[in-house]
Design a protein around this ligand. Structure first.
Ligand SMILES: Cc1cc2nc3c(=O)[nH]c(=O)nc-3n(C[C@H](O)[C@H](O)[C@H](O)COP(=O)(O)OP(=O)(O)OC[C@H]3O[C@@H](n4cnc5c(N)ncnc54)[C@H](O)[C@@H]3O)c2cc1C
Length: 435
């Protein structure tokens, strides 16, 4: 591969902390552009990692990283999502064909295999991986806010500080925590338990992810992976306590007692540990500073509903790279660098707000109310106008959930309009919401 050497005043390596999907995306782009890049990864990856259902908007990024053929071999394709609501007919979303270069499918990813594909690619294009838990120190060193501690410098084989530090440590948020940067929290305080199973019913059509509103509160996912199915629950903390003392008990309790989940649970054998995640709705109030920037979950994560997390991790790396290193900027040119990075984080803000709004319609019942009203209108009037509106609404929601048109002002305004004006007579959203 021909490498393009970018103009820079400071040729010291760029150091990425964290070799998850966001860190590896940044490492691949840096190495391919001719930048020396070191990834410090602590290897502290749990057996069970969430982030198994991807949205179609990841496909163009993975294509750019040169990994789609390998991903296609280790993951299975996902054509869409079916929402099962205990009081409504199933709502099926198929991803729309080719919007903004985004195809009509994505993948369900066994995370260890998915992460390995990205790591192998980063090594192949020249990034150097160091197995070490990185440590940072606060303080202005050479005009930079953060410095690697001595142990990390030695482990990385560096005699001087890197030219730039990228924090891709996920929820560890090493840079923000070292600098005492606060995170704004989302409105939900759910807890999630999940595990892998063989033997139960698999969603149909093949690869479809099933999201279930649980009668007892919260929601569940069924994600078909190549040789197993991932089943997870997302419930409020009080509901979780009432379901049992341990993660295993709670998951088993919901799988045994929720009618819409039972077909997937019946005959299913658990083949993994049950993992727990909580307190995950976090976005840093500042994403970058002199000599550092954060990407992926280390910067922010909205919510597991609609599976935007991995896409946002990859996109935040791509977008920061393109705005800065990829545009030939040097971190030493602090004024231009900072302006470009500010633009990137404003863009991230637009992504977060758009996902938050779309996701809120699922939680607060508006979306289910809209589906109910649309179905009733089509049945009652069955005229071209009602059919057109139903088709438009469904297509726009699918496009937004795929990541292709999530931020489109036209689509966002359209959804606001139909929710406000075309839901007359339908049951109140409050009765249909996810508790
Ligand atoms: C309940 C739940 C369900 C989810 N479901 C989905 C889903 O279906 N689809 C989806 O797209 N997203 C989902 N997500 C989000 C998704 O898991 C994350 O957005 C994604 O994993 C973030 O990737 P990342 O690279 O930023 O961080 P991570 O994947 O967390 O990677 C961070 C890496 O940094 C390493 N590290 C940490 N600290 C250090 C250190 N000091 N030194 C060296 N290395 C370090 C870690 O070991 C790890 O390898 C879900 C999240 C939750 C909470």
């Amino acid at each position: 591969m021909v490498r393009q050497i970018l103009p820079t005043q400071n040729n010291a390596p760029v150091l990425v902390i964290g070799g998850g999907p966001a860190g590896c995306t940044m490492a691949i782009l840096l190495a391919e552009s001719g930048r020396e890049c070191i990834v410090i990864e602590d290897g502290n990856t749990p057996e069970m990692i969430v982030g198994e259902s991807l949205i179609p908007a990841v496909v163009p990024i993975l294509k750019r990283l040169g990994v789609t053929d390998t991903i296609d071999k280790v993951c299975n394709r996902k054509p869409g999502v079916t929402f099962l609501h205990d009081e409504l007919e199933p709502v099926e979303f198929r991803f729309p064909i080719n919007r903004n270069g985004v195809p009509n499918f994505s993948w369900n990813a066994p995370r260890p295999s998915f992460d390995k594909v990205l790591r192998d690619r980063a090594v192949e294009v020249g990034a150097r991986f160091v197995l070490q838990r990185a440590g940072l120190e606060k303080g202005i060193v050479g005009g930079k806010e953060l410095a690697l501690d001595e142990e990390t410098l030695v482990a990385a084989g560096l005699k001087e500080q890197p030219s730039f530090i990228i924090d891709a440590t996920g929820r560890v948020r090493i840079a923000a925590k070292t600098l005492g940067i606060e995170a704004s929290r989302g409105t939900r305080t759910d807890i999630s338990h999940f595990a892998h199973f063989t033997g139960g019913m698999r969603p149909d059509p093949a690869g479809t992810v099933v999201i279930i509103r649980l009668a007892g509160g919260g929601w569940a996912w069924v994600i078909p992976l190549p040789d197993r199915v991932s089943i997870g629950i997302v419930v409020g903390k009080e509901i979780a306590k009432s379901l049992g003392a341990t993660a295993e008990e709670r998951l088993a309790n919901v799988m045994a007692n929720e009618p819409l989940l039972q077909p997937y649970a019946s005959g299913a054998k658990c083949i993994s540990k049950t993992a727990t995640y909580s307190n995950y709705q976090l976005t840093s109030t500042r994403g970058h500073g002199a000599g550092w920037a954060s990407i992926g979950d280390a910067y922010g994560f909205v919510d597991p509903m609609l599976s935007s997390g991995l896409f946002m991790g990859l996109e935040s790396a791509r977008s920061l790279f393109d705005a800065t290193f990829g545009a030939g900027l040097s971190p030493d040119d602090a004024r231009r660098w900072s302006k470009a990075a500010d633009g990137h984080y404003r863009d991230m803000g637009r992504w977060f707000r758009s996902w938050e709004e779309l996701i809120s319609y699922f939680y607060n019942g508006d979306l289910f109310r809209l589906c109910l009203a649309g179905g009733e209108a089509t049945q009652k009037y069955n005229n071209p106008v009602s059919r057109f509106m139903e088709m438009q609404t469904s297509r726009r929601i699918s496009g937004m959930a795929s990541g292709a048109t999530t931020r489109s002002p036209i689509n966002r305004n359209f959804l606001r309009f139909v929710i406000r004006n075309l839901t007359w007579g339908a049951r109140p959203a409050d009765e249909l919401k996810i508790r």
